[in-house]
Design a protein around this ligand. Structure first.
Ligand code: HEC
Ligand code: HEC
Ligand code: HEC
Ligand code: HEC
Ligand code: HEC
Ligand code: HEC
Length: 263
């Protein structure tokens, strides 16, 4: 028993040391050298490397210090609590919150890419964990699974063009409109010090006037936003043309205002 414990300690220690010294040596048995150098290159230019978040920040258990080959959401949560907590409340994450197996496209009612059927939903499903490139996460990642008309039509929209025009930026700016702009809306954190993406992908769906006022009206007028979002065919086309419907309530407001101003 004592010998076993010593052995475990020794292995743990050497792994910890290796993690600081030469990551290659630790991962060598489950990744090829070229995979490792690719991963290291992706990490080197990432926001994580710039912030001193290194291999062991994720690949080492914070409590036991043991080496973790495939870190899960908990490893991200130690630093990104708000994203993890909101993720767990939406359709994407709720199964994990309830202790069930992760959501997979095979369980979906909506159309999904056939090749993604067994892809498990977690942070890695959208984030390349080593590059943490938010540009890729904002549209391309969604399209690895989603295959319905609305999602497929996004590429035909003016919104998509705004986004493509920014390809050289590190993060999508506030003037482009990605899938995430509408479905994982940016919000100011409770302390007011940071703008974070609300990862609850259900939050903004219903009622539709929530998205109209919290997202569309950052850029469009109220009438245009409401006429667009209540036009079902326009939603299906992913806003690839101006709205056709004309909500009567805006006429009523205008008549009311004209009466008040005595016109
Ligand atoms: C932000 C957290 C994070 C950092 C930093 C990080 N990794 Fe990872 N790494 C992960 C996660 C999460 C996985 C599991 C991915 C999966 O299961 O799809 C992973 C998987 C791996 C794998 C297995 C890849 C595979 O396809 O099976 C290797 C090898 C690896 N990481 C090496 C490294 C090296 C080397 C570094 C430092 C240069 C590093 N990682 C930094 C989170 C991280
Ligand atoms: C040790 C703390 C730590 C851990 C663990 C960690 N991160 Fe980070 N992450 C950071 C810091 C610091 C930044 C820099 C930006 C900031 O100030 O939030 C960051 C930035 C990011 C960004 C934004 C990248 C950008 O270009 O702006 C993403 C996405 C991200 N992390 C995802 C993850 C995921 C997914 C995991 C788990 C696999 C993870 N992080 C684990 C600390 C961490
Ligand atoms: C791993 C595959 C996968 C990825 C990646 C993915 N999704 Fe999903 N998403 C799903 C599945 C599965 C559902 C459930 C669909 C159903 O039940 O019919 C879903 C549901 C949704 C819903 C509906 C939520 C609800 O409450 O009905 C929205 C909106 C959504 N996803 C947006 C996105 C966006 C935006 C992205 C990219 C930022 C994305 N998804 C990335 C698999 C994925
Ligand atoms: C300009 C805002 C906007 C953009 C951009 C956008 N969507 Fe949506 N999306 C909506 C609205 C509005 C709905 C309908 C909400 C409702 O009433 O259910 C919707 C619905 C959905 C649904 C749920 C469909 C259902 O029937 O339950 C999914 C999945 C989805 N969007 C994925 C995506 C993906 C993936 C992208 C990017 C390729 C994207 N959306 C881009 C606004 C947007
Ligand atoms: C459905 C796809 C999807 C999933 C799943 C997902 N993310 Fe994100 N995440 C994004 C997108 C897209 C952005 C960038 C949004 C933006 O900039 O508008 C983002 C941004 C972030 C950022 C940068 C800071 C911020 O809030 O904008 C962090 C950190 C992050 N995610 C962590 C996580 C963690 C941790 C998990 C798992 C618990 C996770 N993400 C799961 C799509 C996803
Ligand atoms: C970050 C700013 C921004 C946000 C947020 C935004 N849009 Fe747009 N939208 C634009 C811009 C810019 C255009 C292109 C205008 C042009 O070229 O005439 C546009 C175009 C459109 C068009 C017309 C498409 C066409 O082909 O003429 C519709 C409809 C539309 N948006 C609806 C919406 C709806 C609905 C929402 C919210 C769910 C929304 N937008 C969110 C900036 C935004």
């Amino acid at each position: 028993m004592r010998k076993l414990r010593l052995l475990v300690l020794a292995v743990t220690l050497s792994v910890s040391l290796f993690l600081w010294a030469t990551p290659e040596a630790v991962y060598a048995d489950n990744a090829t050298e070229s995979e490792l150098s690719e991963i290291t290159a992706q990490w080197k230019t990432s926001a994580h490397a710039l912030a001193d978040v290194n291999c062991s920040s994720c690949h080492q258990d914070q409590g036991s210090k043991a080496f973790v080959a495939h870190p899960n959401n908990e490893s991200c949560r130690t630093c990104h609590e708000a994203e993890t907590d909101t993720f767990l409340l939406g359709k994407h994450g709720i199964r994990l919150l309830e202790g069930q197996s992760p959501l997979t496209p095979s369980k979906a009612r909506l159309a999904m890419k056939p090749e993604a059927h067994s892809k498990q939903m977690n942070c890695n499903a959208c984030h390349d964990v080593h590059s943490v490139d938010t540009y890729q996460a904002s549209v391309d990642s969604c399209m690895t699974c989603h295959n319905d008309e609305h999602s497929l039509n996004y590429k035909n929209s003016k919104h998509s063009q705004l986004f493509l025009d920014e390809e050289s930026l590190e993060r999508p700016s506030n003037i482009s409109v990605t899938c995430a702009t509408c479905h994982l809306p940016r919000e100011t954190s409770e302390s007011g010090s940071k703008v974070l993406a609300n990862h609850n992908n259900t939050y903004n769906l219903k009622p539709r006037d929530r998205m109209a006022s919290e997202v569309c009206m950052n850029c469009h007028g109220m009438e245009y936003a409401f006429n667009s979002i209540f036009d079902n065919d326009l939603v299906k086309s992913n806003f690839a043309r101006p709205p056709n419907i004309h909500l009567k309530s805006f006429d009523m407001i205008r008549i009311f205002q004209e009466k008040r101003s005595g016109k």
